[in-house]
Design a binder for this molecule. Sequence first.
Ligand SMILES: CC(C)(COP(=O)(O)OP(=O)(O)OC[C@H]1O[C@@H](n2cnc3c(N)ncnc32)[C@H](O)[C@@H]1OP(=O)(O)O)[C@@H](O)C(=O)NCCC(=O)NCCS
Length: 155
Amino acid sequence: MDNAHIQFSDRKSDIDLNQLCNLFDIAAFWAQKRNIEDLSIAVANSEPVITVRDCEKLVGFARATSDCVYRATIWDVVIHPDYRSQGLGSKLVETVLSHPRVNRVERVYLMTTHQQGFYEKIGFERNTTTTMVLYNQSHFNSLHQQVQFQKLLGG
Ligand SMILES: CC(C)(COP(=O)(O)OP(=O)(O)OC[C@H]1O[C@@H](n2cnc3c(N)ncnc32)[C@H](O)[C@@H]1OP(=O)(O)O)[C@@H](O)C(=O)NCCC(=O)NCCS
């Protein structure tokens, strides 16, 4: 396939959230049936957010959250099945890693179920010692009533 017309972008205004939902439904088992409202909040609160487009068609996506110095985490890396094995996935991750909010961070984390080999080729190492997860924070809601948070998350 000729990739000369494939565009990488970090402009959030380029993101079509309907296409992003479809891409996740097709190709991201952990991100099925996400809704537009929640996705727009996740995009607004992530930086960088990188899209890969073939003309107007969204064919790849990745985002990161970062404190710009100590820690960053990469999320939701996906390439459309028709566009895989052409180097786009590694270029997508490298674009996230080269962004000014990520490129001087001490440690960059990500979680992956099946793609360890792909990330190892980019330079990531397996790390079984430091990861924990909390699945449901609903029992923390009562704390909201006691602590006045300064600002609500917004899209
Ligand atoms: C993982 C994914 C993004 C890779 O995208 P891609 O465009 O096919 O990747 P690339 O073509 O850039 O591959 C780069 C290299 O990694 C290799 N590679 C790709 N997937 C691999 C895997 N699972 N294990 C080992 N190597 C892998 C490729 O063979 C290639 O090697 P080469 O440089 O020697 O040719 C894509 O397969 C995908 O979207 N998968 C579904 C979503 C997913 O699982 N995302 C990761 C969530 S953490």
